[in-house]
Design a binder for this molecule. Structure first.
Ligand code: RP5
Length: 182
């Protein structure tokens, strides 16, 4: 899939992004939510190019049943902050890596909100998108026990996979002679 068109019934999370070019990053958030079976939707909504649509989306989000919004944008990334200004739902911002400043511009635009309108800011790029989804699940877990349990399973499985990888690596190392003969 090369553009966001995910539409679960009764979504709890809305993933929005400023451009189709952000999908490469934001699809990681969608994949994590899908794995945790968190109903969500994905949309292109730009603070600069479609501001009316952004206001409409953010204003209606709560009434539509959304409980968390994840907003990804790059460059002069106003999308998460503007979204947060139009809803009391938690908004998680993902700074998308930009070409010229490598996402530092996106990070600062999203993180440096003036006091009064918070945006929970994640890391730049793929890691931020993954963590935004995991944090959304953690927030939803307070009300939806099945999501909390799915998150718990994810964490256990992640540790198990990492441990297995470390053991496999240690096994490969110990199979090597300490002083390889040439
Ligand atoms: C931002 O401008 C978008 O979030 C995107 O990261 C960046 C570049 O957009 P395109 O020129 O690729 O559409 O609004």
């Amino acid at each position: 899939m090369n553009r966001p068109d995910h539409n679960d019934a009764n979504p709890l999370v809305g993933i929005i992004m400023g451009s189709t070019s952000d999908w490469e990053t934001m699809e990681h958030a969608s994949n994590i939510l899908a794995g945790l079976k968190v109903p969500h939707e994905t949309r292109i909504v730009s603070a600069h190019r479609t501001p009316d649509l952004l206001f409409e989306y953010a204003s209606a989000a709560e009434q539509r049943g959304l409980e968390v919004i994840i907003a990804g944008a790059g460059g002069a990334a106003h999308l998460p902050g503007m979204t947060a200004s139009k809803t009391v739902l938690p908004v998680l911002g993902v700074p998308v890596e930009s070409k010229i400043l490598k996402g530092l511009d996106s990070l600062l635009s999203i993180a440096q909100m003036p006091g009064g309108i918070p945006v929970g800011t994640l890391a730049i790029g793929k890691a931020g998108a993954i963590n935004a989804a995991l944090l959304a699940a953690a927030i939803l877990g307070a009300k939806h026990p099945e999501i909390r349990e799915a998150l718990r399973k994810f964490r256990v499985e992640q540790s198990r996979r990492r441990t297995a990888r470390v053991h496999a690596r240690a096994g490969r190392l110990s199979a090597r002679p300490a002083f390889p003969l040439s």
